[in-house]
Design a protein around this ligand. Structure first.
Ligand code: NDP
Ligand code: MG
Length: 379
């Protein structure tokens, strides 16, 4: 029986994790759950899974009237890892708040980190990689593309890789690209054609910032140079990514788009779970399409690819600017087009800093957030 802690259990990934656990009670036991503020859903999850501990990072005082112990505040995410010492931590919070818990897992030698939170690996970069060398922790990606690459690379040497090709659905705007009157309202942007996801990643998908982040995520997770990573639009989301080797053989991963697949793969590693989900309909393979990305339509994708190669300092600044801008957009304080404007502005003004410790990451993050908050008035 594997003891599981879910950071961000009330989110889209978190709820999928709990669905898997619910149907596989003999394999997994939930020891702890966390939310930012969705106490109502957390309460239901406590009733179903009886965790020993929960953490609410926003200060909402609540008496759950049962045995579950409650921690509060963002430090609670690290505390709950140290207290419960689970076999698996699923990191499914959204944003850079996932970085300290990831580093804590590595320090605590947690066996498996099922990593959905991409903001942590892209901002933590080399710091995460260096810590991993001295730890027994294994990170298994949950992001579907990275899970695909991870599976394609099993028992393969990274030196034999010619190219990694990350596929991208193209997001909600890709299919509407010929329609000049397409809506950029929060509702239409958050409504992804293939995946049902949290608000932030849905917006990142529409700007394709998400694919830029995944490009960096692949670089750090697999230790592969940026030059060897390509991106290809594949609207059907059946081929989740592929790897081309030096002998020109190509291995790809095909499945129905369902996040329970990469999540269960990470949680069961190195075994596989007998999942009761839709099988791949082979007829669909007749209609698979692949396109090169249109960088004019998705300027943020181009920007991330260009600046990630220059310095990790840019990655942290871009991530911070994007987090603030997306939050303002989903709260209807700015328009969709302003996300691009804000991130471009931050990149122009950014002064590169050396990133060698976690303090450097949070310094750049905080300077950038302050800057974005100042320029918001002028938008
Ligand atoms: P959601 O917004 O649906 O859920 C996020 C979870 O984190 C919620 O439990 C939320 O609590 C909690 N949370 C939000 N902010 C904070 C904070 N500051 N401190 C602590 N907890 C917080 O996101 P998703 O599940 O869609 O995504 C989670 C991560 O996984 C993201 O990094 C995303 O990029 C990545 N990912 C997601 C995929 C998907 O299909 N959804 C696919 C691949 C990667 P509350 O409910 O109270 O807001
Ligand atoms: Mg993905």
């Amino acid at each position: 029986m594997k003891k599981v802690l879910v950071l961000g259990s009330t989110g889209s990934i978190g709820q999928n994790v709990l669905d898997i656990v619910y149907h596989n009670k003999e394999k997994f036991k939930i020891v702890a759950l966390t939310t930012k503020s969705n106490v109502h859903l957390l309460q239901k999850q406590i009733k179903t899974f009886s965790p020993e501990y929960v953490c609410i990072t926003d200060k909402v005082d609540i008496d759950f009237k049962n045995k579950t112990k409650v921690l509060y505040g963002e430090n609670g995410l690290e505390e709950i890892i140290k207290i419960t010492k689970p076999d698996i931590v699923v990191n499914a919070v959204v944003g850079i708040c996932g970085l300290k818990p990831l580093l804590c897992c590595i320090d605590e030698n947690i066996k498996i980190v099922a990593l959905a939170n991409k903001e942590s690996i892209i901002t933590g970069g080399e710091i995460v990689k260096n810590k991993l060398k001295k730890s027994g922790t294994k990170i298994i990606p949950v992001d579907s593309e990275h899970s695909a690459i991870f599976q394609c690379l099993r028992n393969e040497s990274i030196n034999n890789v010619k190219k990694i090709v990350l596929t991208a659905s193209g997001g909600p705007l890709f299919n509407k690209r010929k329609n000049k009157k397409m809506s950029h309202s929060v509702e239409s942007i958050v409504n992804h054609p293939v995946w049902k996801m949290g608000k932030k990643i849905s917006v990142d998908s529409a700007t394709m910032m998400n694919k830029g982040f995944e490009y960096i995520e692949a670089h750090y997770l697999f230790g592969i140079p940026y030059e060897k990573i390509d991106i290809l639009i594949h609207p059907q989301s059946i081929v989740h990514s592929f790897v081309e080797f030096v002998d020109n053989n190509v291995i790809g991963l095909f499945s129905e788009p369902d996040m329970r697949l990469p999540i269960s793969y990470a949680m069961m590693f190195p075994e596989r779970l007998n999942l009761n989900i839709k099988r791949l309909d082979l007829d669909k393979l007749n209609n698979l399409e692949f396109f090169l990305p249109d960088y004019k339509m998705f300027p943020l994708l181009k920007l991330v690819i260009q600046y990630a190669k220059i310095s990790p300092s840019y990655i942290i600044a871009i991530n911070a600017a994007n987090e603030v801008a997306v939050n303002m957009f989903t709260n209807k304080k700015i328009k969709f087009k302003h996300i691009n404007k804000i991130v471009q502005d931050v990149v122009k003004k950014h002064k590169i800093k050396k990133v060698s410790a976690i303090e450097d990451v949070f310094e750049i993050d905080s300077i950038t957030r302050n800057y974005v908050n100042k320029i918001l008035d002028k938008i």
